[in-house]
Design a protein around this ligand. Structure first.
Ligand code: B4P
Length: 194
């Protein structure tokens, strides 16, 4: 298996680039944001609780997202690899993911980390908020809270994978295709070593 983490602050292009990467490499896309939004759309108890937290720009509790990922891994035993989008977002999630993959005799091959400035992020998310209907995108205060949460809890996740020499930083500003080409170069380099 070849397993990729797509990492970066909110609005850095993870969802956008994931769609192109799964089309090219045939990986199974696992986005905790999408999984949570689907729980919200279905008005499940988990979704109703998660919505309250997401609407404040905060992270949903680790045990909830780890449980969702664990089920998704079990539901997809025969894929060539996973693309994790928006997960892990805390050190505990990273450690839990390593354990889950270890049980499956596999591991993370590469973390692609998108580098985007805060002003660009705020502009992108406000723009998406005009049409997405996402309540966490249409208020600058909530967007800034998400960025603060990222710096407080998520940025350290890159340090975790850096220890294992798995992080490739990629400039996340420019056209979607330029960024996609840079990401593919990093994956192809890693694939050759693998
Ligand atoms: P997510 O769904 O993961 O989403 P996101 O952070 O909004 O961003 P993403 O990075 O995917 O968006 P994209 O840039 O593609 O998280 C939402 C919430 O769910 C979190 O705040 C949290 O509460 C909760 N959550 C999710 N996972 C969790 C976890 N593991 N633990 C705890 N809580 C969790 O798109 C942004 C915009 O930029 C789009 O409009 C796009 O068109 C645009 N864009 C993309 N690339 C561009 C480019 N190159 N140039 C210009 N615009 C671009």
């Amino acid at each position: 298996m070849f397993n990729v983490i797509l990492f970066g602050p909110p609005g850095s292009g993870k969802g956008t680039q994931s769609e192109k990467l799964i089309a090219k490499y045939g990986l199974k896309h696992l986005s905790t944001g999408d999984l949570l939004r689907s729980e919200i759309a279905n008005q499940t108890p988990l979704g109703l609780e998660a919505k309250k937290i997401m609407d404040k720009g905060q992270l949903v509790p680790d045990e909830v997202v780890i449980g969702m990922i664990s089920s998704a891994l079990d539901a997809n035993p025969n894929v060539p690899g996973f693309l994790f989008d928006g997960f892990p977002r805390t050190s505990s999630q990273a450690e839990a993911l390593d354990k889950l993959l270890d049980l499956k005799k596999t591991s993370i091959n590469i973390m692609l980390a998108l580098d985007v400035s805060e002003e660009e992020i705020v502009n992108r998310l406000l723009k998406r908020g005009e049409t997405s209907g996402r309540s966490d995108d249409n208020n600058e205060g909530i967007i800034r809270a998400r960025i603060t949460e990222y710096h407080a809890k998520t940025a350290v996740v890159a340090d975790y994978y850096r220890k294992f020499n798995k992080v490739s930083m990629v400039r996340g500003e420019g056209s979607v295709d330029e960024i996609f080409n840079s990401l593919c170069k990093e994956i192809d380099k890693k694939n050759k070593e693998y």
